[in-house]
Write a protein that binds this ligand. Structure first.
Ligand SMILES: Cc1cc2nc3c(=O)[nH]c(=O)nc-3n(C[C@H](O)[C@H](O)[C@H](O)COP(=O)(O)O)c2cc1C
Length: 367
């Protein structure tokens, strides 16, 4: 019997993933001054012992003011690097999952409170910066429009973070260009009203993200994948759209990007997002078909059969799952069982899989 698509390996440069199930990046809002804590070890540790092909560690600021919230992770100084340098080898020792970090800058959406405290600008936030001085919403402070010096400094922040990621031993970097954060703020005509070489026509709006990619690729080794997460549409008339996203993906491919995770929205609060099971899969398919680059589909893909179908009919090469993994860190085990794939388990957990202890299968909740 052929192995299900979800459990076929995938090679990206010198990295081979055991399977195509990826833990989507998900902010934990549990860092202190950008530094990873015990929470991160237990959360990512549990996932790393549970067999996803790749775990993408949450949005991590390339500078302190690039963090989404004051409680988000950073990778911008020796202290933040040192915490990752303890965390990442531990995760790599728990299983075979590749460990990636999502590097980004929140721009005008930085300094927000965690969602469970309302998600609005936090009291301990900061002066934000963006492509233009347009606030995210009427009750958000106006960002400062980045100067030419800011742009040079920001690129250097991405490069320095990539160098730190290399020293730490991350298997891959994923650049955050989605959900209305800084790179997306440059891309979308709704947030970018610049009149210099970084605003106006699409080529100009893409310039800053592309310069970031080129600079990062120059310091990130040729055998390690550099992926990107994009919003393929703002879901707003006159905003960033799938046609532009295809052009962007092609430009990224030429600049050395290895995969595109296709998400959507996040740029403006008034977008009407048609949320439904698998609602972004067709956007991933379009990028994959037209830009000829490996894609990762994401967004309300919950069931193993749904993930398998998206891979089988060529919409994507990987599937990212967010809330499904929060709900059930062992999602991969159950998907393997459902799709009939043999996988390996950490010996410490084999008793739960009927491998060693008689009657284990009967002891499982779903029986
Ligand atoms: C708690 C939480 C935190 C998130 N943080 C991030 C993040 O750091 N970076 C990102 O690109 N997306 C983030 N997302 C979006 C997820 O990666 C994912 O795209 C989204 O949840 C849809 O997938 P799902 O339906 O499988 O949950 C977050 C989502 C959740 C639920």
């Amino acid at each position: 019997m052929t192995r299900p698509h979800l459990f076929q390996p995938l090679t990206l440069r010198g990295l081979t993933l055991d399977n195509r199930a990826v833990v989507a990046p998900m902010c934990q809002y549990s860092a202190v001054d950008g530094i990873a804590q015990d929470w991160h070890l237990q959360h990512y540790g549990s996932l790393a012992a549970s067999g996803p092909g790749m775990i993408v560690i949450e949005a991590t600021g390339v500078s302190p003011e690039g963090r989404i919230s004051p409680h988000c992770l950073g990778l911008h100084d020796d202290a933040t690097e040192a915490a990752f340098a303890r965390l990442v080898p531990a995760l790599q020792s728990f299983g075979d999952s590749a460990i990636a970090v999502q590097l980004g800058h929140a721009g005008r959406k930085g300094g927000a409170a965690p969602p469970w405290l309302g998600g609005k600008p936090a009291k301990d936030g900061w002066q934000t910066l963006s492509a233009s001085d347009i606030p995210f919403d009427s009750d958000w402070p106006a960002p400062r429009a980045a100067t030419a010096d800011d742009i040079t400094r920001l690129k250097q922040c991405f490069v320095d973070a990539a160098k730190r990621a290399l020293r730490i031993g991350f298997d891959a970097i994923e650049l955050h260009s989605a959900h209305g954060y800084l790179l997306h703020q440059f891309l979308s005509p709704l947030s970018n009203r610049r009149t210099d070489g970084y605003g106006g026509p699409l080529d100009n709006r893409m310039r800053f993200p592309l310069e970031v990619v080129e600079a990062m690729r120059a310091v990130w080794p040729a055998d390690k994948p550099l992926g990107i997460r994009i919003s393929a549409t703002d879901w707003v008339e006159g905003g960033w759209n799938p046609d532009e996203a295809v052009i962007y993906a092609k430009a990224f491919k030429a600049a050395g990007i290895d995969y595109v995770c296709v998400s959507s929205g996040g740029l403006v609060p008034y977008a009407k997002v048609p949320i439904a099971p698998g609602y972004q899969i067709d956007l991933a398919r379009r990028i994959r078909d037209e830009a000829q680059i490996p894609t990762r589909a994401v967004g309300l893909i919950v069931a193993a059969a749904q993930a398998e179908a998206a891979l089988a009919d060529g919409a994507a090469d990987m599937i990212a799952i967010g809330r499904g993994f929060l709900d059930n860190p062992r999602w991969v085990w159950h998907a393997a069982e459902e799709l009939g794939a043999e996988i390996s388990y950490p010996p410490q957990f084999m008793a739960a899989r009927g491998k060693i202890w008689p009657g284990a299968a009967l002891a499982r909740p779903r029986n």
